[in-house]
Design a protein around this ligand. Sequence first.
Ligand code: ADP
Ligand code: ZN
Length: 433
Amino acid sequence: MIWNKEYECMNRENLQDLQLRRLKKVTHRVFERLPFYKRKFEKNRVHPDQIKSLEDLQKLPFTSKSDLREGYPFGLFTAPLGEIVEFHISSGTTGKPVVNGYTRGDIQIWAEVMARALTCAGTTSKDVVHNAYGYGLFTGGLGTHYGAQLIGAKTIPISGGQTKRQITIMQDFKSTVLTCTPSYALHIAEVAEEMGVNPRNLPLRVGVLGAETWSESMRPEIESRLGIDALDIYGLTEIIGPGVAQECERKEGMHLFEDHFLPEIIDPKTGNVLEAGQEGELVLTTLTREGTSLVRYRTGDITHIDYQSCECGRTLARIGKIKGRVDDMLIIRGVNLFPSQIENILLQIDEAEPHYQLILERRKGLDELTVELETSPHIFFDEVRKLEEIEARIEREIEETLGLRIRVRLVEPRTIERSAGKAKRVIDKRKLK
Ligand code: ADP
Ligand code: ZN
């Protein structure tokens, strides 16, 4: 078990002292090592020596994803190339991928924060960690692997895919902790059922699920189908990979490992820092990374932060479930919404399965959104009137909650493509034309 009580239960004053010491160091580091940062600092008329309090962080310029893309591949490393021992690349969900270079020290930090994350989810050395995150350049597989190894848990490096084999291995090896995306966890459950295996009877106890947005109503779906506790984990390649924040067994937000990553929440439009509790874009500064140190990195992820200490004993701040990425926000006839808000409504419909896709089209100059949603197998597809009645009910529900009229189309079970990694929720046909 890795519960680093010294850091995870630190009182805020001591934590802030530590953060400030580390912040000063990292600010000097990027300024002295990277012409890119030096230029940016000078443009903002700020020098690392001016960082005297944590509030002074606000004087520093942001770093954006496009800055990192421009530096591709090695342009933004803050350690000499000779000290880099591993590379990872983001999945490229929103465009050209970005590279992260890790020194030996960085890999140790990663193992530590991932071990803490798994411990936060109740993992001990007695557990069998079934790691179905993809291994390779994607950070999910190896990051989780390093953490599980540090705990001393038995690690199954199964990676994603070959789902039937996953289930057989779970049964034979008695897997207790499942690590994968929430959508893949659901797929594992449905494949088990097809194999005649009751997924609730698998030895799994807890799921550490992340890498994609999942709304609060997805949690009971996964928990009831697999008979597990489903906990959320957050991270991103640019910062380190998984292990930036992790939900504890209270399921009330993800503890952010603030001794390594310094969070802020900003208004994505103005760049102003928001008060605790307000929803905005998460900005992170790495406090201890060597290979890729980042100052005020705009993650693009929308959430809020809560500094109250938690009943689990950790004093680390918690971020709320990620609502989506700034880029994911859809603007349909003037109404702004995130796919996760629609998911939240869809999953409360009894006749529907938690598999859906949002199709965006432009008709007569207007944006139109259609939700394709799978029905449960016990709905007969020849009962047209019944289907129409369900569709109309969901459309009404969405209109009442989100103030937007969209079309809902029920589709047969298993028509929407499954993924072993991140699910593709939005098909934007406007861009294809
Ligand atoms: P990409 O941005 O190309 O998908 P990554 O593979 O590094 O690259 O994924 C990191 C991103 O995945 C985060 O910025 C965030 O948008 C999303 N993500 C990771 N964990 C979660 C989570 N628990 N909930 C919602 N989104 C998440
Ligand atoms: Zn907690």
